[in-house]
Design a protein around this ligand. Sequence first.
Ligand code: YNC
Ligand code: MG
Length: 402
Amino acid sequence: GYKFWQTQPVGKLGDKEKIEKEGPFKEIDIEQVRKEPYPMADGFEWVTMDLLDEEELKEVFELLYGHYVEDDEAMFRFNYSKSFLKWALRSPGWKRDWHVGLRATQSRKLVAFISAIPVDLRVRDKVLKASEVNFLVVHKKLRSKRLTPVLIKEITRRCYLEGVFQAIYTAGVVLPKPISTCRYFHRSIDWQKLHDVGFSPLPKGSKPSYQVRKYQLPDHTATKGLRAMEHKDIDAVHDLLTRYLRRFDMSPEFSKEEIEHWLLHKPKEFEEQVVWSYVVEDPQTKSIYDFFSFYCLESSVINNPIHTNVRAAYLFYYATETVFFPDSSREDLKTCLNALINDALILAKKYKFDVFNALTLQDNALFLDQQKFGGGDGQLHYYLYNYNANPIAGGVDARNNV
Ligand code: YNC
Ligand code: MG
């Protein structure tokens, strides 16, 4: 297997040997990188999508809407909104050249897509000028024709030409070779709807009314000083999150501009709200002690007479000053995170989400059980391109589950 991947600068699946010196698999000489796109099969041609253009954005939206990631039983398919795609693909430093499409020459129809955005990625003590590759999709009628390796080679070429020689990406499938693996956990908010669409089975010996009661939430949040994040909080959140993320082996390093982009909702730019962020402000000192965020990603329900969409909130970045207090214990962190995440659930209910999802990363193990999350079938594998590094336990890039 892995006819393509075995030719690429990535680790081998069986390899268990400790890497003594982490670093690139190969040095790239920009002069040696080919200047023209890879040859494409007859009848298809490369295009660079212009995601500032509403029509082209809509074409990418529609390709993903019909053909992107489904669960194993083909009951649900991710339904990324156009606002989400603007948010995810037009982040600070984004490059038009990294929005790569494939069109059928005759009909002009968009039949495949792959994208990258820039990221300063810290792996242990090294910071890589990397790209984050996402939204790889091939039209259902063109599957198994080996278009994927060409799409990957083309986005790699375009990254190399910009002096970016490493990448991070995630996938549900196993490829050579995961640097980390997380599991999805789900916390029902509207259990009845999740049951009706076939997402949540009725546990043996239970009744629907028990399940509904189990997942009930209060109408109001409990944390004193909790409020929506504002523009004036950017510096404080940037400082807190930067210190918090240093506790993990791998994380992005955010600029203030990136904090603003990824965390603040801009009603003028986005028709639909994509991200919700909250801070906890001390009433006396006005200092920010905690913050959390979640984003909205709906899934289409593929074959249901009543429900067309499941509205899911995904836990995004969070941080708390608790870990930096002298003498603070793991138990203190656990108490604090449970209070924060319970409020996040209450807010998600207020904003009409059906389910709240989180991965087994960062400090999430401290609240998943207590907040009634259940383990899902889905796994998410994290990969690095052209970087040889030892496996990483927890603490990966939360943005990469988009
Ligand atoms: C996948 N998800 O193993 P071998 S995730 C990477 N990521 O190669 P064909 C994948 N590779 O085994 P199909 C992959 N899925 O021979 C399959 N492959 O070495 C490999 N689904 O190609 C596979 N989106 O074109 C095999 O397969 C080769 O027609 C076969 O197309 C695959 O965005 C796909 O799940 C996934 O649209 C496009 O099934 C298609 O089946 C599809 O014959 C639904 O391909 C949507 C879906 C994937 C979501 C994602 C991250 C992508 C990362 C790509 C790798 C980036 C590397 C870094 C580049 C930059 C470097 C720098 C600097
Ligand atoms: Mg194909």
